[in-house]
Ligand binder design. Structure first.
Ligand SMILES: O=C(O)C(=O)C[C@H](O)[C@H](O)CO
Length: 316
């Protein structure tokens, strides 16, 4: 197999206000690359996994800005379909300082990725992998992107390749009924599903909390493993063979929040690929805590940092 994990998603540029400014009057914005699936690939690459992220992007400097960020950490970007023209998706963010909530504004209409077709991508290359990773963000964008996600999962399933789904419900992109209609069949074909307690309630009508919510999601999808996060309340794990358990969350100071969820997923998948998903949850808790400490959706870590528990005084 060429890859440990391969995935598809829309490369974007995030433009973020500096602390103490609002989008309505900001004079400067910080530009960083974004894409949930590429963030997961990028972190796994840094941990030594071979990863591939495919997309459809227009040729030009802004695409290079995005693609180079993920290439620089070792993600194979050679299967991105480059279109001669078009625009790059943007998202604007106001980080929000308590009591002001964070705000996201998407500017991602009319991008070539929205018109992706099955013919745009090299499926033999993308399916030469141990694990296919998809998210509800890409499934949410258009009928075309949903069809491509579905094709990827169907083909993986047909070939006996494991599938991981991160539900990652974005209420700015679609409604809960539509999300359920598209994502439930994909979840049923998955080997491991990430679904927060919040998304379980909003999309799948799960009323309970904690371990029980996680178990109900696993029973609903009929899958081997579900991992549910619930902000600072806990991480819940339900597994057909290993049972259910809860992992407490250590709160850390937040410099920049986006990408922390992707880092958790990547750390967990690192363990999953190594044959121990519970160890993966410990990795995920570390990588997501580190993600909060620096700017950008893509978390920067080295494999040695994975073994340092957060908050350890390394000078001791
Ligand atoms: O929200 C999206 O569509 C993204 O993929 C952009 C970000 O990288 C993502 O939200 C961080 O998880």
């Amino acid at each position: 197999m060429t890859y440990d994990i391969s995935t598809i998603g829309e490369g974007q540029i995030r433009l973020t206000c500096y602390k103490g400014e609002r989008l309505i009057n900001a004079q400067q914005l910080r530009a960083t690359a974004a894409c949930s699936e590429a963030n997961v690939s990028g972190l796994l690459s840094q941990l030594g996994r071979s990863t591939c992220w495919a997309s459809v992007m227009p040729k030009g400097d802004l695409t290079d800005r995005v693609v180079n960020e993920f290439r620089s950490v070792g993600v194979d970007v050679s299967h991105i379909c480059m279109k001669p023209e078009g625009r790059v998706a943007l998202y604007f963010m106001e980080p929000g300082e308590y009591p002001m909530p964070a705000r996201v504004l998407y500017d991602r209409e009319h991008t070539p990725f929205r018109d992706v077709t099955v013919e745009d991508l090299d499926w033999e290359a993308l399916l030469d992998t141990r694990l296919v990773f998809v998210t509800g963000i890409t499934a949410a964008l258009t009928e075309n992107t949903a069809a491509v996600v579905r094709h990827f999962v169907d083909e993986a399933h047909r070939r006996g390749i494991a599938v991981a789904l991160d539900v990652n419900y974005r209420s700015l992109l679609w409604g809960p009924e539509h999300a359920r209609e598209v994502l439930e069949p994909i979840a049923r074909m998955s080997n491991i599903v990430f679904c927060s307690v919040r998304d379980g309630k909003a999309v799948f009508g799960i009323e309970s909390d904690g371990e029980q919510a996680c178990r109900e999601l696993r029973e609903l999808f009929g899958v081997p493993t579900v991992v549910s996060t619930d902000q600072i309340n806990g991480v819940y794990f339900s597994d057909a063979e290993r049972g259910d358990c809860t992992f407490p969350v250590v709160q850390v100071p937040v410099i920049d929040r986006p990408g922390a969820g992707d880092s958790f997923v990547a750390g967990t998948l690192h363990g999953y690929l190594g044959g121990d998903v519970v160890q993966g949850i410990h990795y995920g808790q570390r990588t997501s805590a580190y993600a909060l400490t620096h700017y950008g959706d893509l978390t920067r870590v080295s494999p040695s940092e994975l073994n340092i528990p957060p908050n350890t005084d390394i000078l001791r």
